[in-house]
Write a protein that binds this ligand. Structure first.
Ligand code: SF4
Ligand code: SF4
Length: 370
């Protein structure tokens, strides 16, 4: 089922979802960035804003139109909704010689993710595979995922750091959504809306709409075709697994270690990274204890700490492990790539380390070998 929506129909989407008592989480402008937060009205979307990104750099600028989704991606991803940054796993209270234990329940309200980019739809699929697709499902993630409703928005304005076309994860979402919108700005501002599930079709049927004509379909196709052309192919993934595994001791890893600050930004901003740690905290009186799961990063020296010390003590080995996991061994482990080409690790790296450039540098010396 597909239809054409006027920009005002976005308000009807928010109203309908809130009428059902769902949380509506969507992009909105805060602290000079586009972040994901709960909204009560479509007026809170980043109307008329675009993001300008470069390695280690991000800023918002006003557009000369009223585009609702005229930007690429911000610092946050939907990971914060599904694999929450901090989850209390267990709380224990001592009571008169005995104790009671309680697990925290995940957010009970249904949540609509409104404005999910195609690369982020792909990232959710990857985290589904990792966190609930194996023999043991992560209960908190599973509960949040079952409670989610995905409204994707195809991309028309990739940022300079986007490379979803290289990773085959965008700029058009092929599946993994309930409803997908394509914003068309060719004079008559409108959205092509296409349902991906029965629930998506049911929501779409409730919205004020026009039938989609052939001209609307070709205008929507042009939006994503243009975005794909703008990006080009900047990371050749055809042989990247073998390239990286054949160059484990490449001197480029020493070079990158000289620049990397081990700040962990790249992993925290990445929509697919899933490293976590577990903290136990006891209250000083001995009356209670809490166990909390928190995001962690393979860039810290402590992450690989075991009896006898850490296994990745040098920054060179930590960057290498991250890059090779993302683009090579993730495939062996999960039958899927670990990178969707969103560009966040490039934009939010304070020293502008660029995953595409690091791969190109390794490839260049490999190709130069006699
Ligand atoms: S590795 Fe970088 S480009 Fe790839 S998904 Fe993670 S943040 Fe995005
Ligand atoms: S964001 Fe950049 S500096 Fe920070 S850990 Fe990642 S690669 Fe290193």
């Amino acid at each position: 089922m597909r239809a054409v929506l006027a920009p005002e129909a976005l308000e009807a989407i928010v109203e309908e979802l809130r009428r059902r008592d769902w949380r509506v989480v969507a992009p909105t402008v805060r602290d000079k960035a586009i972040v994901y937060d709960e909204i009560a009205s479509a007026a809170e979307l980043p109307v008329g804003w675009k993001d300008v990104q470069a390695p280690g750099s991000y800023k918002l600028e006003l557009r000369d139109d009223e585009a609702r989704f005229g930007y690429a991606v911000g610092p946050q991803s939907w990971k914060r909704e599904l694999l929450a940054p901090s989850v209390r796993l267990l709380q224990i209270e001592r009571t008169h010689g005995s104790f009671k234990a309680a697990e925290d329940a995940a957010e009970a309200k249904r949540t609509a993710f409104f404005g999910v980019r195609p690369c982020e739809v792909a990232a959710i699929k990857i985290q589904d595979r990792v966190l609930i697709g194996g023999s043991f499902a992560d209960g908190d993630y599973l509960a949040r995922r079952k409670n989610s409703f995905v409204i994707a928005v195809n991309c028309g304005e990739p940022a300079a750091n986007c490379f979803c076309a290289s990773m085959n994860t965008g700029p058009k979402a092929e599946d993994g959504y309930d409803l997908v919108l394509t914003e068309i700005l060719d004079g008559a501002h409108r959205f092509l809306a296409e349902a991906g599930t029965g629930e998506g079709a049911e929501l779409l049927a409730k919205l004020p709409q026009q039938p989609a004509a052939d001209a609307d379909l070709s205008a929507a196709q042009k939006v994503t075709d243009t975005a794909r052309e703008k990006m080009g192919i900047t990371l050749d993934r055809s042989d990247v697994r073998d390239l990286l595994l054949a160059n484990l001791e490449h001197p480029r890893y020493d070079d990158v270690a000289g620049r990397c600050l081990a700040c962990t930004n790249c992993t925290l901003a990445c929509p697919t990274c899933f490293c976590t740690t577990v903290d136990d905290a006891n209250d000083l009186s001995g009356a209670g204890s809490e166990r909390t799961r928190k995001w962690d990063s393979c860039f810290t020296a402590q992450y690989s700490e075991m009896h006898g010390g850490g296994t990745r003590r040098s920054l060179q080995s930590r960057y290498r492990q991250w890059l090779i996991h993302k683009l090579a061994t993730w495939n062996d482990q999960f039958d899927t790539q670990g990178c969707v080409g969103c560009g966040r690790c490039i934009t939010w790296c304070p020293v502008g380390i660029d995953i595409r450039e690091e791969v190109s540098a390794i490839r260049a010396t490999q190709e130069a070998k006699p």
